[in-house]
Ligand binder design. Structure first.
Ligand code: ATP
Ligand code: MG
Length: 422
């Protein structure tokens, strides 16, 4: 083992470079750029150099050029050749090529204590004090993406949670009971908290149950897969369709499964026909299986919690049964504010909130949309920008029947007392 020779990487070297790379790591942390990135850079002929001794590759440095910057993706050295200046030789040779090719800055990120740090120091690379390396990992791998697509799942856009206006009480509850333990499973485990697996949302139409399901998935960064019982029924028959779908779901790493209007398939079994009983039984079994795996949450929603088969609401199936009621005054104010801002309106949100008691978010959205459309048409017709006033909104509120009547609100309060588990 005398000396080595440094030369440009050639395509035939690929296998040897991979071999040296596998022997090279000295740190526990895995490198920032995976080997696949280095291989891709080599194949795309980004600058790279190798060192050979007796025609055997004993070291390699691989880079990727992006405009006038380059990243050193890999510094690899066979163990027997460390601490002899090989790394410095390789880096020097590479940097000549990079700077000659128009690169102005070369970056490298190494795990603590990794092979190559000394060489970088020796070549005049300075560690940047005061820099912290941030990273956020997407939950979904590319393979999972194609599987998700084939199951009809979607990755909701970020920020949906922030867009849920008002509903402070519900948001706080969902945040604490569901999101936190799922997002921090280790910390939850230290306290003996088992992350929730299934939650039932109930409340009058249009109060935001579906909105919450999507917002929770967005918050967790998990894909959302909505099950449509009617489709499963048409394809396979409902009971076996559910069984199949939950089998497929078991293969996903992270997923929020959403079943809307679950009362349609989870109605009470007493007095039901044999097929309907079979479906309820299948769903109960599926939930038990579903609960056995980490990284998933089943969210079911219903307008009528009283018609569900009691077995669903028993402990051990759904961790929580959460009421999602019509928005209170504060939540309505927040909802109005978000719509007023969007419409460039000069209207009083507090007045509108008081005038819209019993309105659901869907009702408020309807009024806001109606007023905005009228103003848009007015601006178009007159050529001057029309701005909606409090009265414009109040008039439309007057023409709109609230979804949640006093009787419904009372019934919801009664159901909350009987069924809620929070
Ligand atoms: N907190 C909220 N902030 C802003 N918009 C909301 C909020 N809650 C609901 N909406 C809007 O109101 C409409 C109805 O909400 P959603 O469909 O989530 O209600 P739902 O409870 O699922 O109704 P249903 O029982 O009829 O299925 C949607 O357009 C949604 O975007
Ligand atoms: Mg809904």
């Amino acid at each position: 083992m005398t000396g080595w020779r440094v030369r440009d990487y050639a395509q035939d070297d690929l296998e040897a470079v991979i071999r040296v790379d596998a022997e090279s790591g000295t740190a526990e942390e895995s490198p920032l750029f995976p080997l696949s990135d280095a291989v891709a850079a080599l194949q795309a002929l980004h600058p790279a150099v190798v060192a050979t001794a007796d025609e055997v590759v004993v070291g390699a440095v691989v880079s990727r050029v992006e405009g006038d910057r380059a990243w050193i993706l890999r510094i690899s050295m066979a163990p027997a050749w460390r601490h002899r200046g090989l790394g410095s030789d390789l880096i020097t040779a590479l940097e000549h090529r990079l700077f000659a090719g128009g690169v102005r800055t070369v970056h490298a990120v190494l795990p603590d204590g990794e092979t190559g740090a000394t060489a970088l120091h020796n070549c005049g690379f300075g560690a940047r004090p005061g820099m912290v390396f941030f990273e956020k990992r997407g939950r979904v791998t590319p393979q999972a993406v194609s599987m998700l697509a084939s199951l009809g799942a979607e990755l909701p856009p970020g920020g949906l949670w922030q867009k849920v206006a008002g509903m402070q009480r519900e948001k706080e509850l969902i945040e604490r009971r569901l999101v936190l333990p799922l997002a921090h499973p280790e910390m939850a485990a230290q306290h003996g908290v088992e992350p929730p697996r299934a939650v039932m949302l109930f409340g009058p139409p249009g109060t935001g149950k579906s909105t919450f399901a999507h917002a929770i998935a967005s918050r967790l960064g998990w894909p959302l897969l909505e099950l449509f019982p009617a489709r499963l029924a048409a394809e396979y028959g409902l009971a076996s369709g559910l069984n199949r779908r939950f089998d497929e779901i078991a293969r996903l790493d992270h997923v929020l499964v959403f079943i809307d209007e679950v009362e349609e398939i989870a109605g009470t079994r007493s007095g039901a026909d044999a097929a309907a009983v079979g479906v309820v039984n299948e769903l109960l079994k599926a939930i038990v299986r579903f609960r056995g795996q980490d990284g998933r949450l089943l969210v079911c929603a219903t307008n009528d919690v009283t018609t569900l088969d009691p077995a669903f609401l028993r402990h051990g199936r759904f961790d929580y049964v959460l009421p999602i009621g019509p928005p209170d005054n504060r939540a309505r104010t927040a909802l109005w504010e978000s719509y007023l801002a969007r419409a460039g309106a000069e209207a009083d949100s507090a007045v509108l909130a008081s005038a819209s008691e019993g309105f659901t978010p869907a009702d408020i959205a309807h009024v806001a949309r109606t007023v905005s459309q009228v103003q848009f048409e007015r601006t178009f017709d007159t050529g001057t920008r029309a701005r909606p006033t409090t009265d414009d909104y109040l008039r439309t509120i007057g023409d709109t029947r609230p979804t949640v009547s006093a009787a419904m609100a009372q019934e919801f309060a009664r159901q909350t007392e009987t069924f809620a588990r929070i």
